[in-house]
Design a protein around this ligand. Sequence first.
Ligand code: HEC
Ligand code: HEC
Length: 308
Amino acid sequence: MLLKSSHLPHSVYLHWKRWFFILAMVLLYLFLLVSGVKGQQGMPWHWMHMPRALQSWTSVKMSSPPAADSELLITGKKVYLNNCAACHGDMGKGDGRWANYLVPRPRNFSRGIFRFKSTPSGTLPTDNDLFRTISAGINATAMPSWQFVLPEKERWAVVSYLKTLCKDFAEEAAGKPIILTPSSDITPGRMVQEGKEIFRKNCVECHGPEGYGDGPSALNMEDSFGDPIEPRNFHRAAEFKRGHTLADIALVVATGNDGTPMPSFDLGKENIWNVASFVMSLAKEKEEGSEPNGYCPMGMGMRMGMKR
Ligand code: HEC
Ligand code: HEC
């Protein structure tokens, strides 16, 4: 006699349904995976799996840029719309779909204010500067390190396209890069000692007497876009946006971070290396009791920390 499903014992019937459910879930998961559907908070999967080691702006490697012709611009536009617009917005106004989920917010390029550059405060960055920022990404923010994702030519292409999103690049030339030749006396102990004096005189007001970012002026600080900002806590190596090598720190002091309260300092080459040495002596790779620096899903106030 042929068994209808209703003739099956009750437990067997449930069993079959459960298997069907599991199979459906597996198929759904595989479908999501191959179709590239968004992950948590709607972020594309590949962003969530991008490498997040601590990067150094000054250590980015580059060969000479390709000719800036119309073909490069077309490639640049494609790269930009595919990889950058979701955060920075189609027109580069810092208003992409995910901008409201991110702290700090993605940069608005249209105002010509750039934070990470080798040129003096108040001037435009060079192409090499933009290439460095895009390649290294920005530590402790949502800005990814594109050097692991985009080939060098595409990174140069997106540099040239990005410059079309800000009219200042058509009107003025980039500033002249500040080149910090190495210090003549590299005795680490002496440099840190002398740097401490310079720090006391110039930096404690914002960065605090011990460099924890808690100076008297640190409260209620804003950047020039009206977003809240804090002076860096020098005891957390992972939070140095540009990187925590001596060269990265020295360049921050020499150029300042335009659009933030971090000023540039004209201290002379030796003193810049000295104060950078002092700052670096405070930076710890991992701080006791701090949150682990491992992978952290994207979201509000997210930190793209490092994995060590
Ligand atoms: C997941 C979001 C996200 C994506 C995708 C993204 N960025 Fe960013 N980007 C940011 C954030 C956030 C900042 C600001 C960090 C800060 O204020 O410290 C930023 C800052 C920058 C800056 C810094 C400008 C300065 O002040 O010096 C540049 C240049 C930049 N992004 C270029 C790009 C390019 C080019 C792409 C695509 C290849 C891209 N970004 C993709 C989030 C993103
Ligand atoms: C008026 C306040 C102010 C003073 C004075 C100041 N800073 Fe800063 N500094 C800031 C702020 C705000 C930031 C955060 C900028 C950002 O997030 O882009 C910062 C960031 C930094 C950074 C980190 C940049 C990075 O890559 O993340 C370094 C290094 C630094 N300051 C060094 C110094 C040194 C050294 C001095 C003294 C010679 C000094 N600062 C004086 C406000 C100040």
